[in-house]
Design a protein around this ligand. Structure first.
Ligand code: IPE
Ligand code: IPE
Ligand code: MG
Length: 239
């Protein structure tokens, strides 16, 4: 049995920290934006592979709440690529039966991007295949702060007894409330940290750090990650 445990490792939800675009470009003496552009192609390949491989949900860390610290021109390049991606890929995502979820404070992005995201989400809402969750202006601490505010507001309004607050009450107020439990986090580029990604949801997720730079990630890399996951034994504190 894969992993040798009592229950076979079922993989429903993969999240990816898509890192290494800048280093990919640097290796080729190209401007960083070319790394981000190449990273977009890897997104396309990974989404179609994940759908074909029967994964239920794929969460992609596209822009963190800390990425605003980058130089203004790089932030502008990333937002420009996001605009371009949403317009160019929407029909293809629809053909692939993809449903779109959005994580993070994405409503704080430029208003035209917010409108495109809203439109994309509603156009894809009737689909029944892979769920792609884009984490945009996402930070795990920010997500928890927003959840705590929502809980406090409900408690203040008398709709929630503070003694009844449990893990489920928190999970219902996270951006990931509608997604299946997180099974695997992949981070590319050799960095071994979470960088404020899915802090609550990663409690019992398997972590996989690969040296591949994000623009080089493809179907074979995803299959390799899925195979590595299959060799893990998940215990959840038991036995
Ligand atoms: C990931 O690549 C893309 C984003 C964070 C938006 P980086 O831009 O972080 O690439 P490196 O880490 O500098 O190589
Ligand atoms: C994490 O990568 C964020 C995304 C991939 C969107 P970073 O490149 O921003 O993370 P750090 O700064 O190396 O921790
Ligand atoms: Mg990076």
């Amino acid at each position: 049995m894969p992993g040798g445990g009592d229950s076979p490792a079922v993989l429903r939800h993969i999240a990816i920290i898509m890192d290494g675009n800048g280093r990919w470009a640097k290796k080729r003496m190209l401007p960083r934006v070319e790394g981000h552009r190449a990273g977009m192609k890897a997104v396309r390949k990974t989404i179609s592979a994940a759908g074909e491989l029967g994964i239920e949900a794929l969460t992609l860390y596209a822009f963190s709440s800390e990425n605003w610290r980058r130089p203004a021109n790089e932030v502008a390049d990333l937002m420009g690529l996001l605009r371009f991606y949403l317009r160019r890929e929407l029909a293809e995502l629809d053909r692939n039966n993809v449903r779109l979820e959005l994580l993070g404070d994405w409503r704080a992005l430029d208003s035209d991007i917010v409108a495109d995201l809203d439109a994309a989400r509603s156009r894809l809402s009737g689909n029944s295949g892979l769920i792609v969750a884009l984490a945009l202006n996402y930070g795990g601490q920010d997500e928890l702060v927003r959840a705590v505010r929502a809980i406090a507001a409900d408690a203040k309004a008398g709709m929630l007894d503070p003694n009844a607050i449990d893990a489920a009450a928190i999970e219902q107020r996270l951006d990931t409330a509608s997604l299946p439990p997180l099974d695997l986090i992949i981070r590319t580029s050799g960095e071994e940290r979470l960088s404020n990604f899915l802090l609550w949801q990663s409690a019992y997720a398997e972590l996989l750090f690969v040296d591949t730079l994000w623009p080089d990630f493809d179907r074979a890399a995803l299959e390799g990650a899925i195979a590595a996951f299959g060799r893990r034994e998940r215990r959840y504190g038991g036995r």
